[in-house]
Design a protein around this ligand. Structure first.
Ligand code: PNW
Length: 466
């Protein structure tokens, strides 16, 4: 038997998010989101025009054999001002989408918050205001009321680290704030929103529920080459600090109902602890059914006295974020499939009870677009190598139930706009025509055989290109 099979019932699929594909940002009563007004944003129209072409996109997924589709619900489409009145046509859209998915035999996985906060809530403080977490719970309940009879898998938030620290720390994401104190406060309020949202879903009798985290193994350059190598004390301390900010800040509250002590001290120094109230962590730490793991690349750091803090990692003074001598994607993200094995090994050791799914993995590359096809051997190779790394984890006993590629379509990459291409499917920006890339055809075969093909897809080297 081929060693490259996956367990029976392993779930194959793709992920997307509302703002990145829907377009139609002013139609049928949708309110503005922070990404529609953020100076570095405003790319949401027409996106992939998925709001009108959803039936075609579901058909594509069906043809590829997808078992699951993770999409996000746009809060301002459903609740234009973030509170109170529901927008019927907005809810109708998701209602139709869910019915089409079910008719195609595809399990709908709904993400409730993928970064598109209603601007009206931002005007009242956004995630720096505790009230936003309560508004999120109301919104979660309203969406569940409409879709809960058919959607069996729910995720509260996507990547609170990105939304809090790129949105409020470095300011490269909406709403473009740059304050370390606000970033920590926003992160806590997002965690609280997860807890309150989870409670709302549970009390409504929701199926499976969890959260999506962008997790990254933090390593020294030496460890990247050889995991057995022992970092210096200073380097180990740098690793621990960045790991606390990137990973443990979210894993520990959600899965253990506590902030790590080292991080708590840092938060207290930076933002105070007035925003963390008694009972919050109990709520945030209520059991989840599924942890969504979004993995792209490891984080490589070492101690460097005098280095200034990266505003996306407040408290990262004296830490150098290293570039590493590996191949990178077009975004410049190092390609390190073994990082996925390291990450899953660590999660399995520290949270052995937690069921997981890889809910995002994929890459931006420059595709070769020709009349006879879209050739993206680098993407195929990227996914293949990550699936091999995932197989190692499964053999080690990691409880990973499925794998979702980011993403179905070439879409809007936030502040980077349309130039980033993560899709299995190419989208012509003029005509909106969809064309399957070679990677989509390859992924279809993987799904059909529940395993990898024999032999390896070869990323082109200089020799094979010449
Ligand atoms: C994730 N980082 O974003 C998101 O969930 C997607 O919406 C996005 O399109 C995808 O990954 C590709 O970027 C991230 O800077 C954005 O570490 C930035 C980072 C990580 C994830």
């Amino acid at each position: 038997m081929s060693t490259a099979r996956f367990p029976e019932g392993f779930v194959w699929g793709v992920s997307t998010s509302a703002y990145q594909i829907e377009g139609a940002t002013t139609e049928d009563g949708r309110g503005p989101s922070i990404w529609d007004v953020f100076p570095g944003g405003r790319n949401g129209d027409p996106a992939c025009d998925h709001y009108r072409r959803h039936a075609d996109d579901v058909r594509l997924m069906k043809d590829l054999g997808m078992a699951a589709y993770r999409f996000s619900v746009s809060w301002p489409r459903v609740m234009p001002t973030g509170r109170g009145r529901l927008n019927g046509p907005g809810l109708d859209f998701y209602d139709r989408l869910v019915d089409e998915l079910l008719a195609a035999g595809i399990a709908p996985y709904a993400t409730l918050y993928h970064w598109d906060l209603p601007q009206a809530l931002e005007d009242e403080g956004g995630w720096t205001s505790r009230d936003t977490a309560h508004r999120f719970a109301d919104y979660a309940r309203a969406v569940h009321d409409r879709l809960g009879d058919r959607v069996g898998t729910w995720f509260t938030l996507n990547e609170p680290w990105v939304a809090a620290f790129l949105g409020h720390g470095s300011g490269v994401h909406a709403p473009g704030r740059s304050s370390a104190a606000e970033a920590f406060t926003a992160a806590h309020h997002m965690l609280l929103a997860h807890g309150l949202g989870l409670e709302a879903l549970r009390s409504a009798g929701a199926g499976r529920a969890g959260i999506l985290l962008n997790l990254s193994p933090v390593l020294t350059p030496g460890q990247l080459g050889d995991m057995e190598s022992r970092p210096s004390e200073e380097d180990a301390a740098a690793v621990a600090r960045i790991d606390a900010l990137h990973n443990r800040q979210f894993l520990e509250p959600v899965l253990r109902g506590r902030y790590p002590a080292d991080l708590l001290a840092l938060i207290e120094r930076t933002a105070g602890l007035g925003h963390v109230r008694d009972g919050d962590l109990d709520l945030i730490g209520r059991p989840i059914d599924l942890l969504g793991v979004n993995y792209y690349t490891p984080t490589v750091v070492q101690a460097r006295p005098g280095a200034v803090a990266d505003p996306a990692f407040p408290g990262s003074e004296d830490v150098l974020f290293c570039s590493v001598p590996t191949a990178v994607t077009a975004m410049g993200w190092p390609i390190v499939p073994s990082g996925l094995t390291l990450l899953l090994r660590r999660l399995s050791r520290e949270y052995p009870e937690t069921e997981m799914m890889i809910t995002e993995n994929g890459a931006d590359f420059v595709d070769v677009v020709t009349a006879d096809g879209i050739h993206d051997v680098e993407r195929t190779s990227f996914i293949e190598e990550h699936l091999r790394a995932l197989r190692v984890s499964l053999e080690e006993g990691a409880k990973v139930r499925g794998y979702l590629v980011w993403s179905l379509l070439d879409c809007v990459e936030w502040a980077d706009g349309y130039r980033r291409k993560f899709g299995l499917v190419h989208v012509d920006l003029e005509t909106q025509r969809r064309r399957l890339k070679d990677s989509a055809l390859w992924y279809r075969d993987v799904i059909a055989r529940n395993g990898l093909p024999d032999g390896r897809t070869r990323r082109p080297t200089l020799e094979t290109v010449a």
